[in-house]
Design a protein around this ligand. Structure first.
Ligand SMILES: CC(C)(COP(=O)(O)OP(=O)(O)OC[C@H]1O[C@@H](n2cnc3c(N)ncnc32)[C@H](O)[C@@H]1OP(=O)(O)O)[C@@H](O)C(=O)NCCC(=O)NCCS
Length: 167
């Protein structure tokens, strides 16, 4: 479902419109979105990004232009979640605050990565598959593991600072 309040740029490609859940978000020009992706209200996706299938992008997340998001990437916006508030009532919007996360231009997030709330991933950085990112990632850093640790620098790889094209 693509809710009527979703703001889509020009030439956005949503491969399976019946198999996504998009509401209250913005998606920039030319971005591609795979099946079984959920993007919540307030999330902002830049232009020419690729959002691969089964990824969850929550309120509080900003993704800049030309970012690659692999399959099944999980964003988190509540570090101490609860079903109910202190009074035992079902938790509502006023009972918690979404942590803000930003993914810099041309960064790539490997499949099954988890990005904790309040994180900044720098421009051109590469997050390895399955990483759990608990700290900010510097521009162009390669990080991997649980918790994610720096394992390299994209600028020292063949091809320079721009991550290579991905499938
Ligand atoms: C992290 C990554 C970028 C590789 O970085 P790299 O610097 O080229 O790493 P290498 O392949 O040379 O491996 C270096 C070490 O890191 C380990 N490693 C590689 N990827 C890893 C990962 N995702 N998590 C944990 N460790 C990883 C390797 O086992 C190796 O360890 P060793 O020296 O003990 O054997 C890559 O493995 C990766 O995860 N890319 C994301 C791919 C993806 O999810 N694509 C989505 C679309 S299909």
């Amino acid at each position: 479902m693509i809710a009527p309040d979703v703001v889509l740029g020009r030439d956005v490609k949503i491969y399976e419109p019946e198999l996504v859940n998009l509401y209250g978000c913005t998606i920039g020009d030319g971005t591609r979105v795979g099946a079984f992706v959920e993007i919540q209200k307030g999330a902002a996706i830049g232009a020419r990004c690729k959002i691969s299938s089964h990824t969850f992008i929550c309120t509080g997340v900003t993704i800049e232009d030309e970012v690659f998001v692999g399959h099944g990437v999980m964003f988190i916006n509540d570090l101490y979640p609860g079903a109910v508030n202190a009074a035992g009532e079902l938790q509502g919007e006023n009972d918690w605050q979404a942590a803000a996360t930003r993914i810099g231009c041309r960064a790539s997030l490997g499949s099954n990565a988890t990005i904790l709330g309040g994180i900044t991933v720098g421009r051109g950085a590469m997050v390895g598959a399955g990483a759990v990112v608990t700290h900010d990632v510097p521009d162009y850093a390669i990080v991997a593991g649980v918790p994610a640790r720096q394992a390299g620098d994209m600028r020292k790889r063949a091809g320079g600072e721009r991550p290579r094209e991905s499938s």
